[in-house]
Design a protein around this ligand. Sequence first.
Ligand code: ADP
Ligand code: MG
Ligand code: MG
Length: 879
Amino acid sequence: TKWVYSFGDGKAEGESAMRNLLGGKGANLAEMSNLGLPVPPGFTITTEVCTAYYENDQTYPADLKDAVKAALEQVGQITGRGFGDSQKPLLVSVRSGARASMPGMMDTVLNLGLNDETVDALARDADDERFAYDSYRRFITMYSNVVLGVEHHAFEEALDRYKDGKGFSLDTELGAEDWKTLIQTYKKIVREEHGSDFPQGAEDQLWGAIGAVFDSWMIPRAKKYRELNAIPESWGTAVNVQAMVFGNMGDTSATGVAFTRNPSTGESALYGEFLINAQGEDVVAGIRTPQDITEKARIEAKSEKPSMEKAMPDSFAELTRIYGILEKHYRDMQDMEFTIENGKLWMLQTRNGKRTAKAALRIAVELAGEGLISKEEAIRRIEPSSLDQLLHPMIDPEAERTVIATGLPASPGAAVGAIVFNSEDAEAARKAERKCILVRIETSPEDIHGMHAAEGILTTRGGMTSHAAVVARGMGKPCVSGVGSIRIDYKAGTLTVGGKTLKAGDMLTIDGSTGQVIEGEVRMMEPELSGEFAALMEWADTHRTMKVRTNADTPTDARTARNFGAEGIGLCRTEHMFFEGDRIVAVREMILADDAEGRKAALAKIEPYQTDDFVELFTIMSGLPVTIRLLDPPLHEFLPHGDEDVKEFAETVGVPEEKIRARLKELKESNPMLGFRGCRLAIAYPEIAEMQARAILTAAARAAKDTGKPVTPEIMVPLVFTKAEFDIVKAAIDREAKKLGETVEYQVGTMIELPRAALRSGEIAESAEFFSYGTNDLTQTALGISRDDAGTFLGAYTKAGIIPADPFVTIDREGVGELVRISAERGRATRKGIKLGICGEHGGDPASIAFCQEVGLDYVSCSPFRVPIARLAAAQAAL
Ligand code: ADP
Ligand code: MG
Ligand code: MG
């Protein structure tokens, strides 16, 4: 087996297609080398070595050492240096790189190969002693931390003590002699904390670092990240060993990160940050505040520090040239890491950049516009559920607000919550269902769970590419970073800004789109959807074959859904209308009535309201199809509960309390989900269905007259398991229609939500004119799992791999899906072209929508905010 793949000097053994074997970083380093871009030479130890390492009790394949040695020699030849050589030492970085990018999960070791001897060679070679010893002290702290497990703060404290003693405030004030002295202290710390001396042999250092990368694959924070992002453990990580280039060689050197397009907004322009005379992760760590890459960004940020464009025009031109090549080559926005050594630019990484949903949309649409990708590709590139981020509230621009500070707009969207200062408190808040904002000086990979739990994240340090910013954008969480004016006191649990002090638990609002930090709770509003959104939706609509309807019970829902492009209502639940205002009193009278006459009298009071409601819905939907479901829930849901309620209600309607209690007892069920509900109500009390049918038909006639558009209501009978039930209810509806004498056309269909109904669909379709799959109930009844009680054990089921996903979120294809398939086939066999739709929660879930496409449903129906998601998912399913 080939365990090691070399790259550099304009060629490589690997390429970007070999990502599984070389990891993302290694594959792209190889690809950039093949493109002839300036990449320091190096080699990649494959992910197969990682897998073999864990399969064989953490030991390496026998022939690995020789392969590494040969590859190192090749790097030495290209650079004219030797690994461990005391005259011309080759220094390397050891970098992890999994298949999927795992930001900040694995630590990189820089400057490896330095020891008491080679440090002097480096100093001679660069003619810069300070630089050499600065590199050495960085190496000792990094290596000791990552490989030997010595805590960072031991070194930091020593450094602070030294600086205090000398009256220094910045690291840059320390000279070669200072670092030399500190290195002695550092070595002592290593001896004390680690129990042996800092390794001097380059070979030992190298294998120590390689082992640490492989070991880090199994540390808890890496596992947690994999768990959250569904990355299999079996993938393993690769290790990249690469010749060092130095960004810390003085003012003509620098290190930085850049995106080919703005990852927050998607704007097409080079975007990023860099630091002069710095190395490696100084930018990401947020220790110093970085400088902007372009002059335009600098002006927008009102920064005093010069941009790269101004300070290093040649390197800027080179970066501009390279980013053009990379974006054309990868046909996507790139996230690049680079280092400038004495004026020469070197590329250290590129990958498809993470971006917000808003940026993803703009980038996809613009790439299609530029002809780099097709419209179909643009449609495929957008994760439908990510649209959710765009549809959610932002701060109402009109709202009063007390801005207490402004930071960087690191991840868009607004969030409100109580202040928490650590991730544990954030998790606790989430468990207690309290919204919180995680406020930190900076975040680290240990904070991932807290960031997940919080509504939004605020950091006082770090730029747009700091850990907090990158992770928050990936999660789609609002984040404001680098709010330098806020001081946090973790011990006291307070933050202070401009003389104001807020404590843990106080409410805070952050706006990740503007960077504003606002005291208290601010009013939110619906977002405006941008031009790219409309463009992509239009492309999606031309490819989609299924219609998208909405589940809407109220005029507000219906209007929202129409704005989002709903093509009708797939499910209007009429029970919600029974609770409106004081209609509930009449509804209760109806339930308490002793006979049909009494019920009819009470229903007569409700009928005008129902009619008006339906007129409004039909008017809003203006000729689009509307499916209305007859009353479904068990009657006791409408009755008062608790002594107080019963008493109050008895007084209002003048009925003895006793009578109400007796009726409550009668209606009480031990399993209401399988009890007196659905069409069973219509069969026992036909006057309810009759009233609803009259209201629907009258409303349809009225709305058609008002709007001038024909309305064909679809009346849906719930919870049928046999044709006989359906026929009885349909007959009642038809009778009412005849009595009304209105000339409105209407259809009567049913919800298929019981396994027996799915199986008997052939017969049911003899009378039913359409089917709508009520997959919530169908899932409950097919699996025998009550949705409301599933919480206690479903987690264990998915974790144990018994079921692939929560069946109430993504349709169980094999079971529930099979029932839908059978029903569709049998229904169509009886009634050619019978209209089929889905109105369960699954109608808004992309994976379930793909299933609906396979079965050939005519439409999906989902909640209003999911309509755009469904439109896009349906297009992807049809492509
Ligand atoms: P991560 O996966 O956390 O981004 P990297 O392996 O990309 O870790 O390393 C982090 C940073 O270290 C890089 O962005 C780069 O600045 C620096 N670095 C890595 N390798 C080298 C090298 N060979 N020469 C100079 N700097 C390097
Ligand atoms: Mg890192
Ligand atoms: Mg990197």
